[in-house]
Design a protein around this ligand. Structure first.
Ligand SMILES: [Zn+2]
Length: 131
């Protein structure tokens, strides 16, 4: 499977990551089928935000409620690694739900996408589309 994401969203994710330095940024990815159509930045409420992330629970609950009411579909989440590569860390692997959601990780100026599978994260290829 190859995912699609618009060029302006790729740019926004990069900006979110650099604005959050030295902490991790995080947020929610919305889309349809294999296309990410928009993102929602949220606060990182983890007590150790330089090395961990926790999406603000109220924002996540609101997004789920909106989805149930016919709003945009939550396809995954994103966060950044201020000092590491854009690959799932041990912490990420430990906190993964294995629910088939997409995880976008931004690190070292690069964004990579991963599929949270029951047997671990699988790399996802993606293509950038015009806005
Ligand atoms: Zn991580």
């Amino acid at each position: 499977m190859t995912m699609k994401i618009k060029a302006d969203l790729v740019e926004t994710l990069g900006i979110e990551a650099s604005n959050a330095q030295p902490n991790e940024c995080c947020g929610i990815l919305f889309g349809e089928n294999e296309t990410i159509t928009h993102i929602q930045p949220t606060q990182n409420v983890h007590p150790a935000p330089a090395t961990h992330f926790e999406i603000e629970p109220a924002a996540l609950i609101a997004a789920h409620k909106a989805e149930r009411e016919g709003g945009p579909k939550i396809v995954g989440y994103y966060h950044s690694h201020p000092k590491g590569p854009p690959e799932p860390s041990r912490t990420d692997q430990a906190s993964a739900a294995g629910d088939g959601k997409i995880w976008a990780i931004i690190g070292r100026g690069e964004i990579r996408f991963w599929l949270d599978q029951p047997d671990g994260f699988k790399p996802l290829s993606y293509s950038v589309t015009d806005p």
